[in-house]
Design a protein around this ligand. Structure first.
Ligand code: GUN
Length: 292
């Protein structure tokens, strides 16, 4: 069994980005600038956004964080998005999800200029991805592709079972794994909460990608010997022995599943760090006008 080291892979990608930024600076070019909008105080979201800002500093990007109370109105938020759309200093920006219930998230994501949509959540980028046109790919699925590619894992002709159908991970992941590119060319099955006898599908999978947000959902009996298992789950569970009071649990019961795998991602240190690296990569592409 080989552990897929997301932290190391993310560092390698960030080093590549930092080298490009140094080159841009040396040539007097535009330093990439990522902005983030964060509404409210959800613990996970605050940590993620802070990590994104820190990562910008590490690679030499400029960054801006706009924080709002969860009482912000939808109109106020849409106005801020309009401002960032128009600001030539900002190459790309993200609106951290989830948003409070009184705000229509779809309306907000649609308000982002697709050319600055480095999360790849705008329907224009989703459509372009499906059509195989240049697009910003959502960071977590793109990070998983990088992990498969950098570990040279064969995907062509394999059966990939994606558990989960969210707009952020499951749905785009299933499309990318089916596409005729490396890594891809898989036969893909999408399983979700309404799937009848889900283990009967995962047991046939050469590659399992678990993105349902249910801690330790995937157990040893659900996985074929020699499978590649990618765990996207990052549920916070209470752990009094830690200073933070919690720890992250994946969607896979790592201890019992790992011995059956050819490759597996740990949690933490698997997919998570790659999400940030790919967001930076999209921002670099935005600054270099590589997509649009
Ligand atoms: N919430 C969970 N994942 C993400 C992500 O990749 N981007 C944003 N903006 N919000 C998220």
């Amino acid at each position: 069994m080989t552990l897929l080291d997301g932290k190391k892979t993310s560092e390698a990608i960030q080093n590549e980005i930092a080298a490009e930024v140094a080159d841009i600076k040396a040539k007097g070019g535009k330093v990439p600038h990522l902005a983030a909008i964060l509404v409210g105080n959800d613990g996970g979201s605050v940590t993620y956004v802070n990590n994104k800002v820190l990562a910008c500093e590490r690679v030499g990007f400029e960054s801006s964080l706009f924080r709002y109370e969860d009482t912000i109105t939808e109109v106020e938020l849409l106005n801020k998005i309009g401002e960032l759309n128009e600001d030539p200093a900002i190459d790309g920006f993200i609106v951290q999800l989830p948003l409070p219930k009184h705000i229509d998230a779809e309306k907000v994501l649609e308000a982002v200029n697709p050319m600055k949509d480095v999360d790849g959540f705008h329907p224009t980028n989703v459509g372009r991805m499906v059509a195989g046109l240049p697009a910003y790919l959502p960071a977590t699925p793109a990070g998983i592709l990088q992990l498969l590619e950098r570990y040279q894992i064969e995907t062509s002709g394999k059966h990939c079972v994606v558990i989960g159908r969210s707009n952020i991970v499951g749905s785009p992941m299933s499309i990318l794994m089916a596409k005729s590119a490396y890594p891809g060319n898989c036969t893909v099955t999408v399983c979700h909460s309404r799937t009848v006898d889900l283990p009967s599908y995962t047991r046939q999978a050469d590659i399992v990608i678990a993105a349902i947000g249910k801690p330790e959902f995937v157990t040893a009996d659900m996985v074929k010997e020699g499978a590649v298992v990618i765990d996207v789950g990052t549920t916070r569970v209470t752990d009094e022995s830690r200073k933070s009071g919690f720890r992250l649990k994946g969607d896979v019961n790592f201890e019992e599943v790992a011995p059956k795998c050819s490759y597996i991602t740990p949690v933490p240190g698997g997919v998570g760090p790659l999400t940030i690296a790919m967001l930076l990569k999209n921002t670099l592409k935005a600054a270099k006008k590589e997509v649009y």
